[in-house]
Design a protein around this ligand. Structure first.
Ligand code: HEM
Length: 591
């Protein structure tokens, strides 16, 4: 009786099956299936995943309750069996319970790695990596081949981190060489992201039926060995006083030998690479995908960069504060595609924890569905639409104070890498956007881009984004040249298609409009000429004051080969006369 009374205070949830409980309800996209279930069972619900009671939080007020008001009770981590490899959980800042050891590691991270002054101090170490990414994309641009955005961003994120930490590159942008480290980190992500039976049936731990812990042990060993080698090298060069490296993280950590020992340094490095690289790169890939799917937003982002930074230039970390639209894009991407949809799972260690009138039992795993919260229609207008503008007028931020947007978590276990991530992401994204124009590989139209996600340790794009970088000018010139030839040959069909391609690159391109007017006039399509004239007037008066009316005159000359008495010619002449007063002297002379 006592047991059933206790159970009745559990949050509501779907009825469990024998043995497997609600495991089958998760499917291969648990963030979506749990969001769906929450619509029936409410913002706090409980499930039985195998033997593990799991409480799922799906609203921002309850996330605030769990992550802020009752932070301490929910601050222990649920430890996946995979993290037992190499006893990582005993040394890892991400998995240690809240304790003196954990506090000291967090303090080291906050004050020695991720403080504003530290990050300002070592931003030179990162700038060069962005230059290399842009050079790599430049080579792809020259060769006309696509960039695998996620893969290039992952190599860049790894190098941004490895340079911040060790002042060395650990990944290579080109496919053939130096992939080993990238693969190792990737394999860790893949294994840690797999649903592991042992996590739901702990009695299977010894058997490790899927071999996940076993493979993790191999990967961790290789990664730890690599870091041990880098630390040894640094110690040697410090001894010989041969280091002329700007103070990087490893230097700082070695200076703190009283506070952190060698084992903790090595495991901390594992944490930082595993937690920091793929989260950052997948956010960059999602942001690029959203922008390629939404050309209007892309255009605004490019316009902001061009006006504030200057076309073609790389973005500096100090530029970010002047780029509100770029920042809004990053927030909107994190709202729709949070890299870690359930945050890192928490666990309750206290006997009685009450939330919203329900009991969360000791030992329960607690998942906060940040993915669902970011799409809650009671908090967000048009929640599934990509609309960075929503953040321009709003103060909502990702720093753990606004519980409707918590991609980095909140409370004492909030992501310590946040200050670095919110520098790296806009700098890489902004530089990619400002250096090239982008087209999806395979002639895929923006609205056809596949935006399905794939659940794992981080939320990946199911189909990697492949996009071809190019320079807008060349292609515009090409379509305009073709259009010009079509005027001479009076090939209306081909000319209109060339114009459409040119306008798909720049919808307000004045020269294309003029040429198209010529084409219609040459073909005697006067209704279209009228339409174009209005459009040109709109462009000249509203958007493109530089558009020369001399070119409209050219159009009039072109018409004269056709129907010279058409009233549209008078209209065009009228447009010209009205604007004559505003024209520069030399333009009039030219006419
Ligand atoms: C887009 C980028 C990133 C996202 C979305 C992200 C997200 C998260 C989330 C959701 C958590 C769990 C927070 C919680 O339980 O409340 C976390 C923890 C953590 N993150 Fe990040 N992260 C990112 C980048 C980074 C970077 C760049 C680093 C370091 C280089 C980093 C290091 C860590 C560490 C060490 C933890 C564990 C903290 C603890 O348990 O005390 N993350 N991150």
């Amino acid at each position: 009786l006592r047991q059933s009374k206790r159970r009745s205070k559990l949050p509501p949830g779907p009825g469990p099956l024998p043995v497997v409980g609600n495991l089958l309800k998760l499917g291969n996209k648990p963030h979506k299936s749990l969001a769906e279930l929450a619509k029936t069972h409410g913002p706090i619900m409980s499930l039985k995943l195998g033997q593990i009671t799991t409480v799922v939080i799906s609203s921002s007020p309850l996330a605030k309750e769990v992550l802020q008001k009752q932070d301490l009770a929910f601050s222990t981590r649920f430890i996946p069996n995979a993290i037992h490899a190499h006893d990582h959980y005993k040394n890892s800042v991400a998995f240690l319970p809240v304790s003196d050891r954990w506090r000291s590691l967090r303090k080291i991270l906050n004050s020695n790695m991720f403080s504003g002054s530290r990050l300002d101090g070592n931003q030179n170490l990162r700038r060069q990596k962005v230059e290399e990414l842009i050079a790599y994309a430049g080579k792809c641009c020259q060769d006309g081949v696509a960039v695998d955005i996620g893969s290039a961003a992952l190599a860049t994120s790894l190098n941004l981190l490895s340079n911040t930490m060790f002042s060395v590159d650990l990944a290579n942008l080109s496919k053939d060489s130096g992939r080993e480290f990238r693969d190792l980190i990737w394999n860790v992500m893949v294994e840690a992201g797999k649903p592991n039976l042992v996590d739901y049936f702990p009695f299977l731990a010894k058997i490790d039926p899927q071999g996940i812990r076993c493979r993790m042990t191999v990967y961790f060993e290789k990664i730890l060995e690599l870091f041990a080698g880098l630390i040894d090298e640094r110690l040697k060069s410090r001894e010989l006083q041969m280091t002329n490296i700007e103070s990087d993280v490893i230097d700082t950590l070695l200076n703190l030998s009283q506070e952190i020992d060698r084992t903790h340094i090595e495991h901390l490095c594992v944490d930082l690479f595993v937690a920091g690289a793929d989260t950052t790169s997948s956010t960059i890939e999602w942001a690029m995908a959203e922008l390629l799917r939404n050309p209007e937003n892309l255009k605004k982002a490019k316009a902001e960069l061009e006006q504030t930074i200057g076309k073609g230039k790389l973005i500096e970390e100090s530029d970010i504060s002047q780029l509100p639209y770029l920042q809004a894009i990053v927030k909107e991407t994190m709202r729709i595609h949070p890299s870690v949809p359930f945050l890192l799972p928490r666990k309750v260690e206290t006997d009685v924890v009450e939330v919203h009138g329900y009991t969360v039992p000791k030992g329960a795993q607690v998942l906060v569905n940040a993915w669902a919260i970011g799409k809650d229609p009671s908090m967000w207008k048009n929640p599934t639409t990509f609309m960075p503008e929503r953040f321009l007028e709003s103060k909502v931020d990702v720093r753990g104070q606004d519980f409707e947007l918590i991609p980095f978590g909140a409370g004492r276990r909030i992501c310590p890498g946040l200050p670095l991530a919110i520098r790296m992401i806009p700098v890489v994204l902004g530089s990619l956007l400002n250096s090239f124009d982008w087209k999806i590989e395979g002639g895929i139209e923006p609205e056809e881009l596949d935006m399905e996600d794939k659940f794992g340790l981080t939320l990946q794009k199911a189909q990697p984004l492949r996009a071809i970088p190019f320079h807008i000018g060349n292609y515009l010139d090409l379509w305009r040249t073709l259009l010009n030839s079509c005027i001479i040959t009076k090939n209306l069909g081909l000319g209109v298609r060339a114009a459409e391609r040119a306008l798909s690159i720049d919808a307000d391109d004045g020269a294309t409009h003029i040429l198209l007017t010529n084409l219609y006039a040459a073909a005697g399509k006067w209704d279209e000429v009228t339409r174009m004239r209005r459009k040109i007037r709109e462009l000249v008066l509203d958007k493109d004051p530089g558009l020369s009316w001399v070119e409209v005159m050219d159009a009039i000359h072109a018409f004269s080969s056709g129907d010279q008495s058409h009233p549209e010619i008078d209209e065009l002449q009228g447009e010209l006369n009205r604007l004559k007063g505003n024209m520069m002297r030399f333009e009039i002379d030219e006419i």
